[in-house]
Ligand binder design. Sequence first.
Ligand code: NDP
Ligand code: 8X3
Length: 250
Amino acid sequence: MDTKTVLITGATSGIGKATAYRLALSKMQLIICGRRTEELEKIREDLSKLTAVTSLCFDVSDNNQVVKSIESIPEDFKQIGILINNAGNAHGLDKIQDGDIEDWDKMIDSNVKGLLYVTKAVIGRMIEKSSGHIINIGSLAGREVYEKGNVYSASKHAVNAISKGMRIDLNKHNIKVSEINPGLVETEFSKVRFKGDPKASTVYEGYKALEAEDIAEIIEFVISRPHHVNIADLLVLPQDQATSSIINKK
Ligand code: NDP
Ligand code: 8X3
């Protein structure tokens, strides 16, 4: 695999963190991003033993922070070859009539607007070079809607539409766009969704959920295909999951 610079949003936990560790082993040069400074620093230090790595601490939903952070990237890391738009979360699980406006804002601002802001800040150089690969992390929730999943699901349906739009608009610029849509993955996702409520852990009980490393391995496969191959759209579920709500719990 060529040495490329990869920017990963949401690299402080779950899928993004596992991807950073996996790509570090392949000697990719990494820009790891997140809001938790201490976590980022710990991961940066650790990965520095394997590869060249720099970190950026910013909130994807704040365009000023995004622009300033991307501008601050050290010269050696500026030519980003691969952008992994992974940062995002669900906040709350409520019927639409009970939904919390702050939760809705967080999901739309991070999962949709954040992905757009980061892409906009990075894409200019890809277009100049006529080369690049954007990986958007969608979800099974972007393909179907489940009870109380309303706004999270809307945010991931938006990721699906944006990925298709990117693929069309960037077609002439030699930039690949891939969308990876996981089902249930055991990460900090449910801890965040349920705001620390212990019921978060019950989401993964009674069956084998995907692990963050499963998705990291798939991301590595997607970005290492030959130039003429683009895995445009991929849905990956645990063996025990048929739909968002049909899970073979033992
Ligand atoms: P985690 O909660 O473990 O990780 C989420 C990551 O996103 C963290 O690194 C967090 O970093 C970052 N993040 C969240 N909001 C922001 C923000 N506003 N600005 C910057 N960084 C942010 O969850 P996952 O690893 O599971 O989630 C990663 C992606 O995968 C998300 O897009 C999620 O929707 C998607 N996904 C997850 C599934 C699952 O079942 N777990 C299934 C399908 C898709 P920090 O807190 O440091 O900012
Ligand atoms: C996360 C998976 O099923 O909780 O995208 O929406 S789910």
